[in-house]
Design a protein around this ligand. Structure first.
Ligand code: SAH
Ligand code: SF4
Ligand code: F3S
Length: 450
């Protein structure tokens, strides 16, 4: 017999806004999958939703500020219709815990990244007010999926992080590292492939330390890559993010040997100064990082490398910053994300009071760094001009709806004219390249079958 509450839920609609990294994108897909399974349906806008959800990030202060602006709208909508439910999940919620309710009384439910399953308990409970869930309980990867794209999927291989980078809030929001069992991951990837997924991205805070905590049998990241590569139908495997300290030769070799592992590695540098890296507690120095890059290029000479760099970490001198510029110039990244250091509550770096870098100096350094990152990326991208690259089509080009957009195996965005449909592979002959994108034309005769 159907409960009255079940039929009421059938008419309930939800809306999810996602901030932050790809892990949050993944977690939001699982939230959607869980809500669909409960009988909810998705609304196009917050105003049309009975359940307004935010999946939050707290990595930098700018992330917090962006969220506060959105929460203002939820507050207004809740005032208009108090039966609406406002939920806040993710890292920002976890970092504030029950304080969320004191500071934002219109929030009905708050939960951390390890308690997304509890959202269901909350919605099924009789008391729909001010409940918080913050102890790690389960992988979001075990919840039902609702993929944003039919042919691309995320695979959550681990949660949490055992590192203690001095600037980073993630270990306190996502907890200690826990790996999902290897056979579960292989089964999930196989099910995705059977369902038409041809590109998967493995997710974890530190993917290449995967499996060390598994009992009774440990597993390694390279082993996992090998097992996934053997799955028919999976054409491309990507992962993010690896840590340079755990970038072992077996993983690097896998890039040369496994057909589906893409020729792209995101290898966060953070700083090119060994002194700053030590203060950041990154546990590698400039030499070790450059040695990893050399080994990667030995196995996969054409690999695309991208990175993350923080500017203005406490104590960073002009000489330290110049060392970062040197490394960027020497490595020649295909792209990079650059961030101004932002002190986060509860982190070691937020307690430092000496050697702080002024905002103006941070901005000036950022400008110099960006100029170099982009120049090197533009130079690197020229190697693709004249080549034919395989592109997995994602949809229309963002700037010109007459053209298509997709990504190459090197993770370059490619805008091109052609007839392929989203989810298909196209062979594109590249005619021009900027620091960010490639442009070209589809070679119809050479269309690959995905
Ligand atoms: N687990 C990933 C990092 C996730 S955070 C890894 O280790 O690579 C993504 C990036 O945000 C980091 O690589 C770092 O460059 C940046 N970041 C993290 N905390 C920051 C802070 N407090 N201020 C500025 N940038 C930060
Ligand atoms: Fe944060 Fe460092 Fe862990 Fe990455 S490795 S999530 S930067 S603590
Ligand atoms: Fe943000 Fe949490 Fe990801 S702080 S970057 S959503 S792990």
């Amino acid at each position: 017999m159907i409960d009255v509450r079940d039929t009421a839920r059938m008419r309930m609609r939800y809306h999810v806004t996602t901030f932050g990294c790809q892990m949050n994108e993944h977690d939001s897909e699982r939230m959607r999958g869980m809500l669909d399974a409960l009988g909810y349906s998705e609304a196009d806008s917050r105003a049309e939703a009975d359940l307004i959800l935010f999946n939050t990030c707290s990595i930098r202060e700018s992330a917090d500020n962006r969220l506060i602006a959105h929460l203002g709208e939820a507050k207004r909508l809740k005032r208009e219709d108090p039966s609406r439910i406002v939920g806040v999940g993710g890292c920002w919620a976890q970092s504030l815990k029950d304080e969320v309710f004191e500071r934002f009384p219109f929030v009905d439910v708050a939960f951390g990244p390890g308690q997304v399953n509890r959202l269901a308990d909350f919605l099924l409970s009789d008391s729909l007010s001010a409940q918080g869930y913050f102890e790690f309980e389960s992988f979001t990867g075990d919840l039902p999926a609702k993929r944003g794209r039919a042919t691309q999927g995320w695979l959550q291989i681990s949660v949490g992080c055992n590192c203690r980078c001095a600037y980073c809030i993630v270990p306190s929001t996502r907890g200690l590292e826990v790996s999902r069992p290897l056979q579960d991951l292989v089964a999930e990837a196989r099910a995705m492939a059977d369902d038409g997924v041809c590109e998967i991205t493995l997710l974890g805070q530190n993917v290449n330390s995967y499996g060390r905590d598994l009992r009774p049998t440990r597993a390694s990241f390279a082993e996992l890559l090998g097992e996934l590569d053997a799955i028919g139908g999976l054409e491309r495997i990507r992962y993010t993010s690896p840590h340079p300290k755990d970038m072992r030769e077996d993983v690097i070799r896998a890039h040369a040997e496994l057909r589906s592992l893409c020729e792209h590695i995101h290898l966060p540098l953070q700083s090119g100064s060994s002194r700053v890296l030590r203060a950041m507690r990154r546990t590698y120095d400039r030499e070790r990082y450059l040695d990893r890059v050399a080994l990667i290029r030995e196995y996969v000479p054409d690999v695309a490398l991208t990175t993350d760099i923080i500017v203005g970490f406490p104590g960073e001198t002009e000489a330290d910053f110049e060392q970062t510029l040197e490394v960027v110039d020497a490595v020649g990244y295909d792209g990079g994300f650059t961030f101004l250091f932002s002190p986060r509550r509860g982190t070691e770096a937020a307690t430092v009071t000496t050697g702080l870098v002024s905002h103006d100096v941070k901005l000036a350094r950022m400008e110099r760094l960006l100029e170099l990152v982009q120049r090197r990326a533009r130079e690197r991208a020229q190697r693709f001009v004249g080549r034919t690259v395989e592109v997995l089509v994602e949809g229309e080009s963002r700037t010109d709806p007459e053209r298509l957009r997709g990504r190459s195996r090197h993770n370059k965005v490619v805008n091109f004219t052609g007839l392929a449909r989203p989810g298909e592979f196209a062979m594109v002959s590249v005619t021009a390249a900027t620091s960010q994108t490639l442009a070209g034309e589809e070679r119809i005769a050479a269309r690959a079958v995905g």
